[in-house]
Structure formats: structure tokens, C-alpha cells
Ligand binder design. Structure first.
Ligand SMILES: Cc1cc2nc3c(=O)[nH]c(=O)nc-3n(C[C@H](O)[C@H](O)[C@H](O)COP(=O)(O)O)c2cc1C
Length: 172
């Protein structure tokens, strides 16, 4: 069980963009970013499992866990940023605007003997994230103006905007 918040270079990292279809292996509650958002991850942010905050279509901000990498269990060829939002939306999210703030790192990506082992690991990640996000430092990030801006043209001086509908910055 994780109880210590690790300081990771490149965090917090803010990113937004439309939700695209994943690899279609059935976990329909995963929200995937397109390759343009993945390519804008800070260089120092390695692959692994992260946690933070997320909103869909500028709605309420919820806790999330995110897998960044190649998913060794599935041997993916493309790097992905898969967000599992800890909220039941009860609707198809494809095409909706996903905003995330990645605030912390949980563990490296692993290969697993079985799908059950992968699912158990993800459940542990969720429990860790639920707890770690309750710290005052992280709760502050939940209220960041980033989640309140409905116009993608951010007024934050440190943010980068691009013309193709997504936005990313590291909040420093
Ligand atoms: C919190 C979290 C942790 C994950 N950890 C791993 C991991 O350690 N190893 C791995 O191969 N995949 C990991 N995954 C990725 C799953 O393999 C992935 O979500 C799965 O491929 C479903 O993809 P699809 O819905 O796009 O088909 C993780 C995903 C999440 C959300």
C-alpha cells in the first residue's frame, strides 16, 4: 500500500483533448487520448501508472488513475495514455472533451501472468489513488482553474495551446 507521495519531475501535468476509442478489449470505462496528446507528455515523465483528477466536457472533477505506456500485458506497439475515471458516467464518452491533471506516480507498468492479476493490480492502484488524492495538496489541484476554463484558449501564462483542439502544460 502506498502512503508516501513521491515528487516526480514533470508533475503536475495538465492535458486535454477528445476521447478516442481504445484498443477495444472490453474495458469501455477507459478514456484514451489521441497520439498528439501522448506526444506532448514531458520527456521526464516515464511510462507507468499515475493518478490525478479528470473531468469530461467540463463537468465535475473526479479522481482518476492512468496508465502511460505500452501495456506489456497486451504488448501494444503504440504508447497510450489510458484514463480510468473513478466515476460511472453511464454513457458513451467517445468524442467528449477529457481534461486531466496528473499529480502523482504509483508504480511502473508490469507484465502479468493472468488477466486476473492485472485486474487485482488495477484495483490496488484505485485504492491507493482514492487515498492519496485526499491530501490537502492534491485537493487543491482539483480546484485548479484549468478545470473551470470552458474556453480551450487558456489564460494561464505557462500553458501551451495548439490549434488542433488539445492543450497541455505542466502547471509550473
Ligand atoms: C490503473 C491502470 C493500471 C494498469 N496497469 C497495467 C500494467 O501494469 N500492465 C499492463 O500491461 N497494462 C496495464 N494497464 C493497461 C491495461 O492493460 C489496459 O487498460 C487494457 O489494455 C485495456 O485496453 P482497451 O480498453 O483500450 O482495450 C493498466 C490500466 C490502468 C487503467
Amino acid at each position: 500500500m502506498k502512503s508516501v507521495i513521491q515528487v516526480i519531475k514533470g508533475l503536475p501535468h495538465f492535458a486535454s483533448g477528445p476521447i478516442i476509442k481504445g484498443f477495444g478489449r472490453g474495458s469501455r470505462d477507459l478514456a484514451n487520448f489521441g497520439i498528439d496528446v501522448v506526444n506532448e507528455l514531458p520527456r521526464e515523465l516515464g511510462t507507468g501508472i499515475y493518478y490525478g483528477w479528470a473531468s469530461v466536457d467540463n463537468g465535475d472533477v473526479h479522481k482518476m488513475v492512468m496508465s502511460i505506456g505500452w501495456n506489456p500485458y497486451y504488448e501494444n506497439e503504440h504508447k497510450s495514455m489510458e484514463t480510468h475515471i473513478l466515476h460511472n458516467y453511464d454513457r458513451d464518452l467517445y468524442g467528449s472533451l477529457l481534461k486531466v491533471c496528473i499529480v502523482g506516480y504509483l508504480r511502473p507498468e508490469q507484465n502479468f501472468e493472468s488477466l486476473e492479476a492485472l485486474i487485482t493490480a488495477i484495483k490496488n492502484d484505485i485504492a491507493d489513488a482514492e487515498r492519496l488524492l485526499e491530501t490537502p495538496e492534491h485537493l487543491k489541484t482539483k480546484n485548479n482553474d484549468f478545470f473551470k476554463e470552458t474556453n480551450e484558449k487558456s489564460s494561464k501564462p505557462d500553458s501551451k495551446n495548439t490549434s488542433n483542439g488539445h492543450h497541455t502544460s505542466n502547471g509550473h
